[in-house]
Ligand binder design. Sequence first.
Ligand code: KG4
Ligand code: ZN
Length: 357
Amino acid sequence: MKILGIESSADETAAAVVEEGKKLLSNIVASSLDLHTVYGGIVPEIAARSHLEVIVPVVDEALKTAKTSWDEIDAIAVTYGPGLGGSLLIGLLTARTLAIAKNKPLYGVNHVTAHVYANFLTDKADIPQLAAYRLNEKQPDFPLLALIVSGGHSQLVLFKNHFDYQVLGQTADDAVGEAFDKVAKMLGLPYPGGPSIAKEAQKGDIKAIKLPKAKMSNTYDFSFSGLKTAVLRSAQELAGQDYTFPSSGLPQALTEAQKADIAASFEDTAIQTLIDNLKVAIRQFNPKSIVLAGGVAASQYLRQQIEQHIDQPVLYPDIKLCTDNAAMIAALGYFMATNNQPTADPYSLEIDPGLQM
Ligand code: KG4
Ligand code: ZN
């Protein structure tokens, strides 16, 4: 069974073909990231416009790279939420149109759940475009504990089986990736904040600044808004200013060494917060597999700290499959198709920007 996946929830326009929910045949991602960097975040109107410009060539390229004709496609899977409304619409309308024109079953996919399914990709076509991908050796087993950490989400989810899961905890305010993006902005570092904080942090000392880890009433919940404010207060203090000093003035007021120390201390605190919750959940639920998913799972520091603090093996997707992509959408689409999940009506499937797991 070959599934064509389509994804357009944020700034990546993506299409991919996946066979049997595990074999990657193509993974095409066009990003409008460069257009947003100057603004320090995604500009929804720019994102929607660039999806519109590239979606058709991206889908064509996914089929061509996969050496797959329309006849060989068994179903189309598309992200219908959560995400930016204007962005979601472009992918969804493309998928609906193709499902009608090519007479294919259509599956509406939850983007956040799909991040987890990047870990189910264990095989790939023998083509140059996929040569650099490092895939998990085998698919995860159930019960599966997933830490989903991205620009929009931070949650711990326990899957008893496909489509039978329990959200153990989630963020009460900012997502962890969002905190990286906001702290990066405070330090005058480019968007997205994850990679730029990581680079800056290498020059700094994680112990230089004492930052708080939020304590939540539900053990598995997260909060990153207090940490972000604590970073701001420390930065203002280091700059010799009071709390009324605007964050926009900080990149000029801080020395390079101070910025590096702030980045390192923040990165360490944010990552340790994730690991603390993960550890408690592993102890309580004793999962057969533990997986990381989402853009923040690309963090080398997170991977390194997990290796130090967690004894069990932890699976993570290749970096190119951590950030937004359509291979994860196609993989989840396959499991929907093979686990009696309902198909969507191509004439009426709507976007759901606030969709939850
Ligand atoms: O999953 P994703 O591509 O989009 C969402 O669904 O949100 O995640 C993007 C997020 C951004 O906030 C970015 O700062 C973060 O992932 N990110 C990282 C790293 N690479 C990307 N965070 C920490 N360390 C990284 N290396
Ligand atoms: Zn995502």
